[in-house]
Design a protein. Structure first.
Length: 113
């Protein structure tokens, strides 16, 4: 089984920063590409970023230049550093392994003044 536990969300003002973490366990290794997704109220879940071994991270256009994905394989953890946050970044954020339909409970990010 695969377990994914996201954390680090919260309420932040526009322009602020948050760092999300995703601890994974089970049949996921450092060879698995990992992804971040988000789902805003009333909207479909959307892809945010991917980090894959040996490749440059990729980002959806709306977060490119503001978000940075990274991982610490020794701690089975993937991070999403979010800077210059905007109200439209408000969503529940999830991590998942690329190509596998495993999801955690997500972590809520709210950007509001």
């Amino acid at each position: 089984q695969v377990q994914l536990v996201e954390s680090g969300g919260g309420l932040v003002q526009p322009g602020g920063s948050l760092r999300l973490s995703c601890v994974y366990s089970g049949c996921i290794s450092s060879f698995n590409a990992m992804q971040w997704y988000r789902q805003a109220p009333g909207k479909q879940r959307e892809w945010v970023a991917t980090i894959a071994p040996g490749r440059d991270p990729r980002y959806t256009d709306s977060v490119s230049g503001r978000f940075t994905v990274s991982r610490d394989n020794s701690k089975n953890t993937v991070f999403l550093q979010m800077n210059r946050l905007k109200p439209e970044d408000t969503a529940v954020y999830y991590c998942k392994p690329l190509g596998h339909d495993y999801w955690g409970q997500g972590t809520q990010v709210t950007v509001s003044a």
